[in-house]
Design a protein around this ligand. Structure first.
Ligand code: ATP
Ligand code: MG
Length: 430
């Protein structure tokens, strides 16, 4: 049997993984600047957590969930998104307690699972950076989080990502809009896709999120949520826009955007980029003030986003972002003959303990082949160890580029390699 990875999954091999590390490193630094702390939650949870959080009519629940019954008869699902888990953890660990500083600012970097049709930027196992901020309601939090994503793109040097902004208002605004939407859509019912005909009755806002061409045509002239906002919802949205403008973050209001999950209210947003002529959503999020209470916690306002790492990588690669791959090595130890194996083992371990990045030969190859490997690894220095060096305790350390050499004893190397390294390294700088 030929073993293959499951459809919609990917191996992230070296070179590629260096790019991931670069994206992760900068993300971590940005999250830190905004005082977010990492949370790690289980990869699987009870099915009900996600079905209740994202809504019974969402694509995630109706089509995309990886769920199964475990050996104990529990209905389990692989995590399709991060917010439900973060909220569950917030309630279960009582992060709402008064002694926990508010807002609670969390970030995560986790794989998500959705049974989708795999294509470019759409996998069955994919990865997200996410942030969730719980416990305080202030338009400045909405804007801080949007600005954080924007800042991250800028630090990566990615351009051309545009911010689409909308509001879903509060419950009463949404109720008024829902009625208007049903009134508008009902005459078109027969023209809608099968999914949307069902959604029309169960959750009409979902129709706006449809990707089916027949639905998109009908939705074009649908009433706008912006005309159904009550005063409070309107004022909140105005404040968000004012703060974005104060920071110089550009946006366009897209009143047909609803996002794929049911738990949002007020501000929602997406960062969208054109790739090969197609629109690609890299990051999306919004406010979800009802979810904590829905999971039996105290009423807790919250805001967050999810950012697809695979899609970000597609964009970064298309824009030829320099990933600063670290492909250098401090020292390569060339090893001649079996007798040198003990000493070589000790030398590389000692150098690594002294915080040098070191590789050696393990295959008893001829010296020229070993030197070629040192070149390939971009080694700064080479130490050659053979019977003679082991016997006398004297070795030559060579700069692989300038060819400058320094004589040293093994004891000196074990004791402190830094002076030798610096002598040869500085030489190369000038
Ligand atoms: P889409 O409309 O493209 O299906 P979504 O609304 O389902 O996206 P979210 O649930 O908001 O996506 O997830 C946040 C981000 O995660 C998306 O903006 C995207 O970058 C990424 N993402 C979502 N689904 C996938 C997937 N199947 N493969 C890769 N990345 C994904
Ligand atoms: Mg989706």
């Amino acid at each position: 049997m030929k073993l293959q990875k499951p459809k919609g999954t990917a191996d992230i091999l070296p070179v590629e993984s260096a790019k991931w590390q670069y994206l992760e490193e900068i993300a971590r630094a940005v999250f830190k600047d905004y005082n977010y702390k990492e949370i790690r939650t289980p990869m699987f949870e009870s099915y009900e957590l996600f079905s209740r959080a994202t809504g019974e009519t969402s694509d995630i629940v109706t089509k995309e969930m990886y769920d199964f019954e475990d050996k104990g008869g529990r209905h389990i699902a692989l995590r399709p998104e991060g917010t439900a888990s973060a909220v569950r953890a917030y309630v279960e660990n009582k992060l709402y307690a008064p002694e926990v500083l508010k807002p609670v600012k969390l970030w995560y970097n986790e794989s998500m699972f959705r049974y989708e049709r795999p294509q470019s930027g759409r996998l069955r196992e994919f990865h997200q950076f996410g942030v969730e901020c719980l416990g305080v309601k202030n338009a400045a939090i909405d804007v801080e989080i949007i600005a954080m994503a924007d800042n991250y793109f800028r630090q990566l040097g990615i351009s051309g990502i545009s911010l689409h902004l909308n509001t879903l208002g509060d419950m009463s605004s949404r109720k008024a809009y829902r009625e208007a939407l049903i009134a508008y859509l009902t005459p078109f019912e027969s023209e809608l896709s099968e999914d949307s005909r069902r959604r029309l009755h169960e959750n009409p806002l979902r129709v706006l999120d449809s990707k089916e061409p027949e639905d998109i045509k009908v939705v074009e002239n649908a009433p706008s949520i912006l005309d159904y906002l009550n005063e409070a919802s309107q004022a909140y949205f105005e404040e968000v826009k004012t703060l974005l403008e104060a920071l110089g973050v550009e946006y366009t209001v897209d009143s047909n955007m609803v996002r794929g999950l049911d738990y949002y209210n007020d501000t929602i947003f997406e960062f969208v980029v054109k790739l090969d002529g197609k629109e690609l959503t890299v990051c999306g999020g919004g406010r979800y003030d009802g979810l904590v209470e829905y999971f039996d916690g105290p009423a807790t306002p919250a805001f967050g986003f999810g950012l697809g790492i695979e899609r970000l990588l597609l964009v970064a690669e298309a824009q030829e972002i320099n990933f600063m791959e670290d492909e250098t090595l401090d020292v390569y130890v060339a090893v001649m003959g079996n007798h040198a194996n003990v000493e070589a083992t000790k030398v590389v371990e000692s150098l690594r303990a002294q915080a040098f990045q070191v590789e050696r030969d393990f295959s008893n190859r001829k010296l020229p082949a070993q030197f070629k490997t040192a070149d390939k690894l971009n080694a700064e220095l080479i130490i050659t160890l053979g019977d003679n060096e082991v016997q006398t305790g004297n070795v030559t350390v060579k700069n692989n580029k300038t060819r400058k050499e320094v004589k040293a004893t093994l004891d000196e190397i074990y004791d402190s390699f830094s002076p030798i390294f610096e002598e040869l390294y500085v030489e190369e700088e000038f």
